[in-house]
Design a protein around this ligand. Structure first.
Ligand code: CA
Length: 229
């Protein structure tokens, strides 16, 4: 499981507790504590889900939720609102602003995890599926194995992550910068040509003889994986 979660929460201890527990579950977690930082973050990142506290310094969670829904680039990212308010009218306000779910503080971590997994299953089944399939390429996240048809494909850890990431959204084109951020991590400074080197290794491992190359190079844009030519 490698879904990325943005947690926006200004209560430090709760934010750290969430980060610790979510990372132990295998999620990648980014933390923000000010509502005003969310816009810039979303310009550069595509989390799979956003956990949003309602009462924040800067822009409120409710207003952020409305803006996330109004922007076509972020409209599809699921949002779970956290709040100390427990009134039914607040719940309805949160949901009417486009939140996918709503949790009242205090909540238990297992309860939040269950909600996150339910929301992810609905919005992007591929981000938590144990097996990913694109055409005849099959990737198993639990055993770290890749097969092309009946043939076992041996990949290095970086090529595995690269393939896993591409397979989460077949057909979607990712730039080299996006692939670096998502597969190598945001604070790693490596040349974008590194991506080309690893894509080259991935292709060599995946394609034998007359097999069709499932990885598509889109000139000037980046790479994608597809089961169509
Ligand atoms: Ca708060």
């Amino acid at each position: 499981m490698s879904a990325k979660i943005l947690v926006v929460e200004d209560e430090g201890p709760l934010a750290l507790l969430l980060q610790y527990n979510l990372e132990s579950e295998g999620f990648l977690v980014d933390l923000l504590n000010d509502g005003d930082d969310v816009h810039l973050y979303l310009e550069e990142n595509q989390p799979n889900i956003i956990i949003l506290d309602w009462m924040l310094p800067g822009t409120s969670g409710l207003e952020l939720c409305r803006r996330i829904r109004a922007n076509s680039k972020t409209a599809k990212i699921p949002v779970i609102l956290l709040t100390a308010r427990g009134e039914e009218s607040d719940r309805l306000r949160g949901l009417s602003m486009g939140a996918d779910d709503y949790i009242t503080k205090p909540f238990s971590v297992p309860e939040l995890l269950a909600r996150i997994n339910a929301v992810l299953r609905r919005s992007n089944p591929q981000s938590i599926a144990e097996q990913l399939m694109v055409g005849d390429v099959e990737l198993d996240r639990t055993s770290f194995r890749v097969k092309r048809g009946p043939r076992e494909v041996r990949l290095g850890p970086r090529e595995f992550r690269l393939l896993e990431f591409l397979m989460q959204s077949p057909g979607r084109v990712y730039s080299r910068a996006q692939l670096l951020d998502s597969v190598w991590g945001q604070n790693v400074y490596v040349d974008e040509r590194t991506v080309d080197v690893h894509i080259g290794r991935l292709r060599k491992a995946l394609n034998r003889g007359k097999e069709i190359d499932p990885i598509r190079t889109v000139r000037g844009a980046g790479y994608s994986i597809s089961d169509k030519d």
